[in-house]
Design a protein around this ligand. Structure first.
Ligand code: NOJ
Length: 767
């Protein structure tokens, strides 16, 4: 069904004519003229030509949801003003309006009451699911399973799209090295290569083929946001161009190349210029060098925040900087709607910039099919039938199991026996049905996750005893969902000790509450919050046969546990099906294969710690008394658990690393192969990883860089040969010439099951 939302008959006719002309041109190409614009571009131009300056600026304005939209229209105050703007066609997009009924009500105003009837975009933070919640993105990254990650994004998109939404503010592709930063939970960890693969999987998963089950994706936060000094959210960022290009930008580039329709800029400054007003990032790199033809939305209020940064004297100047730098849509700063038309009239912003921004936004609306059917996402029946579908629960359960990382398993204490055991389960998180949903799951309802206890109860051959022991305790009692949570209460310890004493095995579910990570949730200490560490040690004295299951949204410092506790399972915040996934792994119905996407530090003083660091001029100890080398006097340089690390109930042996030739030449390639044997009696999966070290270059290079990986099933006793190809693209980097290129030189190759991979070879590249 076609919606005749454009009241200008002229426009409708124009569309038809344009389509016909283009078809003719395709039959008889006229090579003397520039290539024809795509039909969408021409339709966009035709709309633009009808728009007033204010209407074009309106497309660049995004408002947060503002009133009970299915009730009476607001009469005064800020909501009334937003409503008026909506009717005038001065709003291009809304965020945080969801549910078919509400979305439809607002879309109706845009389509039926404004002069041109241009449909709205409806954006929402669908970060790891909408109602049915999948693991936090950092956990998903631990799966190294691109198909599963894509599927998870598809599920989130299908549910959100059924609820009227057409745009997600995801994926977050910020490479993050500082576990104090609360938003590490929202990304793919510390590695640009893994992060790029995941960016592609998520963009494809969300966007699909732009059907009514898909959403427009938004790669964020462009750029450098995760490098906030000392891990404090929103803090100053001061990084080199080298780090920007070699570490931070690759996942963004991958998202752009994968077709992400939108980007979001960020709260931080870069080289003293806030990202929202940063032309180098948005205009030169993104829209220039990368030829990105989607649009850039600001982060919430980030335009106005340029005043606090000390980069704009007032909102008007902030709007001027943002527009001139290529920030196309203003999320909740009111800078464009208030000042941009005047700035154009005063000659401070070229109208061409406004045209370009409006054009980009209209184009996305066309790509989503909103001009064909502005109510494409507004089907109440579909909404009812789609949300919470069984297939989605199965999907997020599968993702959750794949996200779990086995960190330690001494004496094969895991998997647990299914019969005749007395099992003590300790920790407030074991019984929590909200925390597993994690941070950034604003569409989900509290209490909808399967708790660990519920998951464990599915296995009824054992006797379960539960004791809370202690609350999780939130790091900052000022901020919080529950200020009453006690930081010091040990009154539950005795009960926990008793439960442990009589048990064959103790499962302790400890870590962070789901809302202890995420935006604005930076921590300066990243151990187990509150009295949980003490609880762990007290219970250990009563019964050391402990399986520690961590729930957390960031790497934690757990050196004591790593040394003393026989089994440690990293179970993150796994979403709606969390308890089932954990139980299935503990009982061996799923063999874990996850690998850490971020290094775990030994203590917070090591942070930022990441495997792909530089060598420094003094990398090694020169003797037992040696002092003047790059190290700490009180802790090792190495992390507690390195990037790429994770165990399985199977064991794998790597051998026979072969390189097809040790000479890579221009235009050529070499292959690296390795044999991986499953030396256990259990079928399993292993993430085989390839790392390179570029030994000398025009700018210094990391000691190791992930350049390939393969998640491969290997049956008990079976040996698999895994092969990687290396070519000039693999070794290219952002050089001293300020461009991506391969430089002649010597390289080391490492292959193994973590960034510590021991098998090595080498090759030389000549141009
Ligand atoms: C601020 C966050 O930084 C961003 O990631 C999010 O998409 C917006 N708020 C909208 O909720």
């Amino acid at each position: 069904m076609k919606y005749n939302f454009l009241k200008h008959g002229v426009l409708a006719t124009l569309f038809v004519t344009l389509s016909c002309n283009t078809t003719k041109q395709n039959i008889v190409p006229d090579t003397t003229k520039p290539a024809p614009q795509s039909i969408i571009d021409r339709k966009v131009d035709s709309i633009l030509s009808l728009m007033t300056l204010e209407e074009k600026v309106g497309q660049m304005n995004q408002y947060n949801g503002f009133w009970d939209v299915t009730g009476p229209a607001p009469q005064n105050g800020a909501a009334a003003q937003k409503y008026e703007h909506l009717k005038k066609g001065w709003v291009g997009s809304m965020l945080n309006v969801r549910g078919v009924k509400d979305v439809k009500a607002l879309q109706k105003i845009a389509v039926e009451e404004t002069r041109l009837g241009i449909p709205l975009l409806f954006g929402y933070d669908v970060i790891h699911g909408y109602k049915t919640i999948s693991p936090i993105p950092l956990a998903e990254a631990a799966s190294w399973d691109m198909e599963a990650i894509k599927k998870s994004a598809e599920i989130g998109a299908a549910e959100a799209a059924a609820s009227g939404l057409n745009w997600t503010f995801a994926p977050m592709v910020d490479v993050a090295r500082d576990a104090r930063w609360g938003r590490v939970m929202e990304g793919s960890g510390e590695d640009p290569y893994l992060g790029s693969q995941i960016a592609i999987a998520r963009v494809h998963g969300f966007q699909g083929n732009f059907s009514e089950f898909n959403l427009a994706a938004c790669a964020k936060h462009f750029a450098g946001y995760a490098f906030a000094e000392s891990g404090r959210d929103y803090n100053t960022v001061d990084i080199s161009d080298n780090t920007l290009h070699n570490i931070i930008l690759p996942p963004f580039k991958a998202a752009a190349d994968a077709g992400a329709l939108t980007f979001m800029n960020s709260f931080n400054e870069l080289e003293g210029i806030p990202a929202t007003g940063n032309a180098y990032l948005q205009r030169d790199i993104l829209k220039g060098e990368w030829n990105f033809d989607g649009f850039v939305v600001s982060d919430w209020g980030s335009m106005a925040e340029m005043i606090n940064h000390g980069y704009a004297k007032d909102l008007k100047q902030a709007a001027q900087h943002a527009a001139n730098a290529g920030s196309d849509m203003d999320m909740e700063s009111y800078g464009y709607v208030k000042h941009l038309a005047d700035l154009v009239r005063e000659g401070k912003v070229d109208e061409a910039k406004v045209n370009d921004a409006a054009r980009r936004i209209l184009k996305v609306k066309f790509q989503l099919g909103l001009f064909d059917n502005p109510y494409k996402y507004c089907d109440e029946n579909r909404e009812k039938q789609t949300i919470g579908k069984k297939a989605f629960h199965d999907g997020v359960l599968d993702m959750a199991k794949k996200s779990i990382v086995l960190l330690k398993n001494e004496n094969n204490i895991l998997p647990l026996k299914k019969q005749g055991q007395k099992v003590a389960v300790i920790g407030a998180l074991a019984n929590d049905k909200t925390s597993p949903l994690g941070s950034w799951r604003i569409g989900a309802d509290d209490g909808t996750a399967i708790s660990v206890m519920e998951g464990l109860k599915q296995y009824n051959g054992n006797e379960l005893v539960y004791a809370k022991g202690a609350d999780v305790a939130l790091g900052n009692p000022e901020f919080t969902l529950n200020t009453k949570i006690n930081m010091t209460d040990k009154s539950g310890f005795a009960e926990a000790v008793n439960a442990a004493k009589g048990a064959d095995v103790v499962i302790m579910i400890l870590g962070e509450h789901g809302l202890q990570t995420g935006e604005g949730r930076s921590r300066s200490e990243i151990g187990l919050p509150g009295v949980q560490q003490e609880l762990l040690e007290v219970v250990y004295k009563a019964n050391p046969n402990i399986v520690l299951v961590l729930n957390n949204g960031r790497p934690l410092t757990i050196p004591w546990a790593a040394e003393n506790i026989p089994a440690i399972v990293e179970a993150w915040h796994l979403g709606t099906q969390s308890g089932n996934a954990i139980a299935q792994v503990l009982y061996g119905d799923h063999n874990p294969s996850g690998k850490l996407p971020m290094s775990f530090p030994r203590n917070v003083g090591q942070v930022p710690i990441y495997y792909n660091h530089k060598n420094t001029g003094r990398p090694t100890e020169e003797g037992p008394e040696s002092v003047f080398w790059s190290h700490y006097t009180d802790v090792h340089n190495s992390p507690l658990y390195p990037f790429g690390y994770g165990l399985s109930y199977s064991t794998f042996e790597y051998s026979n690393l072969k390189i097809s030739t040790d000479k890579l030449t221009a235009g050529g390639n070499i292959t690296v192969s390795v044999d991986v044997k499953n030396t256990s009696n259990t079928d399993g999966k292993e993430v085989v990883q390839l790392y390179l070290h570029d030994l000398f270059a025009s700018v210094t290079r990391p000691v190791r860089e992930l350049k390939g990986f393969e998640l491969t099933p290997i049956k008990a006793g079976q040996t698999k040969t895994v092969t990687f190809t290396i070519d000039e693209k693999t070794i290219a980097f952002y050089t001293a010439n300020k461009k991506w290129e391969a430089e002649a030189g010597d390289f080391k190759v490492y292959v193994g099951g973590s960034s510590d991979a021991a098998l090595e070879s080498n090759f030389t590249y000549t141009k």
